[in-house]
Design a protein around this ligand. Sequence first.
Ligand code: PAF
Length: 288
Amino acid sequence: MLTANTQAELDAFLDGRQSVLVPTMGYLHDGHLSLVRKARRYSEQHGVPSVATIFVNPAQFNDPSDLAKYPRDVERDKAFLEAEGLDAVYIPEVDEVYPPGRDWSVPIPDVARLPGLEDKFRPGHFEGVCKVLARLFEMCSACAAVFGEKDWQQLQVARALVRELGLHVLIIPGETVREADGLAMSSRNVHLNKEEHDRALAISRAIRAGGQELDWQRAERVMREILTDAGMEVDYAVVREAGGLVKNPDEAPAGPFRCVITARAAGVRLLDNGPWPGPEMDSGVAPA
Ligand code: PAF
């Protein structure tokens, strides 16, 4: 596996080829590695090299303390990626992603700015995500990129971004990987102690319970109750149309829909989502 720290090193390796990209901020876990495996499969089928990036993007952190405490372990990450048979990892510096003297912002799709979701709680976050994705797609000559479903809104933002900027990048979704107890894997889980981790299990419990409710408003109430009863602070717990995330099931009866949750355990912000109705209800039972 090649480790590139500069654009010149990556360019020399790519030698004019496109790549299938796994953008990450490092501190990799099994969730990332399942995205890497998807990229490897795409790479084998389409004959393009697989590239992961490790870049903790300052532009997407609206809270400097969150950026400062973002976990990092590049040597461990490289060992994981090497073991997965990835072709190259690119670990650029901030000035290479955003060369000074120019504004690298890009137009933001509507799905990045929906009231009540990420933009309310992390204003500017998706501006930063779109900015870095546009750069990474270009720097890595990406023809495809893999994004985890755990961050459902980010996946929709990536899809809308390539559509609206007219980029020829296929966005490949990767399923959420969970701990044995149901907690969605996240680099932030490392900040949870045992008691907080157990408290955070309310998130996957709430998604399962919400998925069992035929009335979407009741599903939202039930999810919120489960989370607050467990001592979680809830940013949002909603049922929305899966693609645009703007409409509820009354406004877009055809669906499909998603239960989407962001909640905090001891200040650690955790995201998760699942289909609504949930899997057990997906057998022809129409939502109310
Ligand atoms: O999901 C993440 O880790 C980041 O938002 C991403 C996609 C790597 C962009 O910095």
